[in-house]
Ligand binder design. Sequence first.
Ligand code: NAG
Ligand code: NAG
Ligand code: NAG
Ligand code: NAG
Ligand code: NAG
Length: 250
Amino acid sequence: MAAQFAAATVVVVSCLLALATLARCNSEGDILYKQRLAWKDPNNVLGSWDPTLVNPCTWFHVTCNNDNAVIRVDLGNAGISGPLIPDLGALQNLQYLELYDNSLNGTIPATLGNLTKLVSLDLYGNELTGEIPATLGAISTLRYLRLHENNLTGAIPISLGNLTSLLELKLQENAFSGSIPSSLGNLKTLWILKLNDNMLSGMVPLEVLSLVISGNLTEINIAKNDLEGTVRSSGLFRVTAIIQDKLKTA
Ligand SMILES: *[C@@H]1O[C@H](CO)[C@@H](O)[C@H](O)[C@H]1NC(C)=O
Ligand SMILES: *[C@@H]1O[C@H](CO)[C@@H](O)[C@H](O)[C@H]1NC(C)=O
Ligand SMILES: *[C@@H]1O[C@H](CO)[C@@H](O)[C@H](O)[C@H]1NC(C)=O
Ligand SMILES: *[C@@H]1O[C@H](CO)[C@@H](O)[C@H](O)[C@H]1NC(C)=O
Ligand SMILES: *[C@@H]1O[C@H](CO)[C@@H](O)[C@H](O)[C@H]1NC(C)=O
């Protein structure tokens, strides 16, 4: 009887603790501190990330706006390793997530699609695996999506065709498969499209090729895949470089 009562008390107390933790987790500093704990940081670049401060705005590598909301996290080439925690998707005002050239592993959290003010998502040069979450297609503000040089797999999501502010789409040097989605032909603002060094197959969609003529592309690289069909370059267009292998003709 006494033991049962004690067990019930433990459950109630731990629920209260969980509620208290949830409330505290509303703060952006708590999210970033949780991310700090999930990472290995051999160079101690996160040494200033002190969770007892009222906000993270004085931490190194974090930038806030005038309302003390986090708008940038700059940790490119910082020697960090480990996963991206899904909680990052709650940094509502984030515009720049710069985590390139580290040793991050695991998958790209689908929650990042909630970052509806994001301008730049730079996760290139890591060891990320799994698929690109289709939710990233909801970030209509995105101008730079650079995920190259990881170990990403699966198909390129059709939803990326919704990113109609995109200037650079760099997905090269991964292990993407399937065909190039024709929806990418919607990206009329695109300057650079790099899909080379993957395992993409099928025809290059005409919609995508038409970006060379009617879009703003200056560079398209689709080499080192398993694509069919032909592409011709012409000095008439804005594109200065079309890089491709001799394509298989079907
Ligand atoms: C990430 O790397 C660490 C350290 O090498 C390893 O323990 C962990 O299992 C890896 N995680 C994934 C999802 O591969
Ligand atoms: C964020 O995104 C995830 C997955 O896309 C979703 O399940 C979740 O409800 C979203 N969270 C918020 C706070 O909007
Ligand atoms: C990534 O893929 C390459 C080539 O398949 C492999 O050599 C490397 O070990 C992989 N890295 C990780 C972290 O999975
Ligand atoms: C984005 O693209 C997908 C697939 O093309 C579509 O179903 C969806 O409605 C689009 N809109 C948003 C906001 O994701
Ligand atoms: C293409 O680029 C030019 C010059 O940078 C710009 O003025 C124009 O709005 C762009 N077009 C699209 C569709 O983004």
